[in-house]
Design a protein around this ligand. Structure first.
Ligand code: NDP
Length: 488
């Protein structure tokens, strides 16, 4: 015998009949005085919050991070200090372009967003499964994403728009090469790496800083899906990755990643051969080797998808003391855009929801707003500075000062070398990987309507590596443009 609970309205009153509306006579019509019916239908109409414009389709899990190598000489962030230190976390994986119900096994970067519930407040690493990105200035993001979404007239994906934008934005070439390679369709979410992608600043107890990049390396090993199998799965089981992650955790086969960092002395940023704040570039691991930091294990499934995955809100600006922004222009734009997306999507009090709420108390002077679900500061002092006992700032947590130089201007980045690192990646692939890469690109570019777009893009591949460009050109039945040949 189970404990029976009475069905109630949202205001807690018992419901007498949940099967039959109140009607005038047996035939009806239905009476407006049936407030239970009105509330039930009206609430149902409001069950959806706006899906994310990007990263709409996702899967999440809870887990634990454990420090395996103490790096407190570089950062005072407590979650990274002391071997054996454990911090609870929540992760959300996602595809980028598709809608909430779209297929998992598509060719797309995977979002890799981790929220650490630290003793100093939440810290979010909001990265991807690739170390670089398509663009390096957030001002280009809405245009880029328009090309990844549906055509306004046909409501279909539009390869012409995709390659038109990429061919006009050659800084995308490195990420395009990763995306079109075997790693563009991971076998599961467990078999892919994660990257913070941007450069961040770490600051230690003495106020000394270093630049840092994050690499989560899968302990399951890299595994990718064959394109034909991926297409079949997309039809047969569009939630293949979501299901795999849920089932693995449910049966106790907990996926894990080792977290490594690359550390760069602040002064190297001025002389390094690539701009270390350009998110279309990596730092070579030969120059800045990976240093182990810890291990992340996913060990608990959410109890409720909407409450914990759909309402999870990540922002690359969710910092704790000891971790700060870098001048990376793409990061700087994201510092605004993510919080703003959540204020719109979930509401200005999104950080009060259980999945987003820090484990420590949040004490500030923010008040009111839609869906304020806590005690709203009760009668406590609601402005600052004040003569009462309200929370006060802590000078040791000020952002560390840094020098800036140059004119205020719209000058772009100081390098147009979009080719070296894309070429390095092409050259490290095996012969079979190169063949599949070229086949995938050729297949993706064939439907492009304008030949001029194809030729412009072939030129970029050629500048990365003449063989790369030549093979794509041959696959498309075109010749490498003279302009590209003369530069190399
Ligand atoms: P390294 O030889 O030190 O590193 C090569 C990196 O490439 C490794 O992290 C390796 O990761 C990764 N890799 C190997 N095969 C593939 C593949 N098929 N697709 C994507 N990544 C792969 O050289 P560098 O650090 O000098 O980098 C050379 C090139 O490697 C770069 O231009 C970049 O394109 C790529 N790369 C570099 C990364 C970095 O942070 N430096 C990270 C990822 C890629 P794994 O151990 O998983 O195989």
């Amino acid at each position: 015998m189970t404990n029976k609970t009475n069905l109630t309205t949202s205001w807690g009153a018992p419901v007498g009949d949940n099967q039959n509306s109140i009607t005038a006579g047996q035939r009806g019509p239905v009476l407006i005085q049936d407030v239970h019916l009105l509330e039930k239908l009206a609430h149902f109409n409001r069950e959806r919050v706006p899906e994310r414009v990007v990263h709409a389709k996702g899967a999440g899990a809870f887990g634990t991070f454990e420090v395996t190598n103490d790096l407190s000489k570089y950062t005072k962030a407590k979650l990274f200090n002391g071997v054996g230190k454990k911090t609870d976390l929540f992760i959300r994986f996602s595809t980028v372009a598709g809608e909430l119900g779209s297929a998992d096994t598509v060719r797309d970067p995977r979002g890799f967003a981790v929220k650490f519930y630290t003793e100093e407040g939440n810290y979010d690493i909001v990265g991807n499964n690739t170390p670089v990105f398509f663009i390096r200035d957030a001002i280009k993001f809405p245009d880029f994403i328009h090309t990844q979404k549906r055509d306004p007239r046909t409501h279909l994906k539009n390869p012409t728009a995709v390659w038109d934008f990429w061919s006009h934005s050659p800084e995308s070439l490195h990420q395009v090469t990763i995306l079109m390679s075997d790693r563009g369709i991971p076998a599961t979410l467990r078999h892919t790496h994660g990257f913070g992608s941007h450069t961040f600043k770490w600051v230690n107890d003495e106020g000394q800083g270093v630049w840092v990049k994050y690499h989560f390396k899968t302990e399951q090993g890299i595994k990718n899906l064959d394109v034909n199998l991926a297409a079949k799965l997309a039809g047969e089981n569009p939630d293949y990755h979501t299901e795999d992650l849920f089932n693995a955790i449910e049966k106790g086969d907990f996926p894990a990643w080792k977290l490594y960092v690359q550390i760069m002395p602040l002064e190297d940023a001025d002389t390094y051969r690539f701009d270390p704040f350009d998110v279309t570039k990596v730092w070579s691991q030969k120059d800045y080797p990976l240093i182990e930091l810890g291990r992340m294990e996913l060990n608990r499934n959410p109890e409720n998808y909407f409450a914990e995955v759909e309402q999870a809100t990540f922002s690359p600006g969710t910092f704790v003391p000891g971790i700060e922004a870098s001048p990376d222009k793409m990061l700087q734009g994201r510092l605004f855009a993510y919080g703003d997306a959540h204020r719109y999507r979930v509401g200005s009090n999104h950080n009060q929801l259980p999945v987003n709420r820090p484990k420590v108390e949040a004490n500030n002077y923010q008040r009111d707003g839609f869906m304020r679900a806590d005690d709203n500061g009760k009668g406590s002092v609601y402005y600052e500075p004040n003569s009462f006992d309200g929370p006060t700032e802590t000078a040791e947590n000020k952002t560390t000062p840094f020098e800036v130089t140059g004119q205020v201007a719209q000058v772009g980045h100081n390098s147009d070398d979009h080719y070296t690192q894309a070429g390095d990646l092409y050259r490290l692939l095996s012969e079979e990987e190169k063949t599949r890469l070229v086949e995938t690109i050729v297949g993706a570019m064939k439907p492009v309507e304008l030949e001029e777009i194809k030729l412009r893009q072939i030129g970029h591949f050629y500048k990365a590596d003449p063989e790369y460009g030549t093979r794509v050109a041959e696959g498309l039945g075109l010749a490498v443009p003279e302009e590209a040949r003369s530069i190399k």
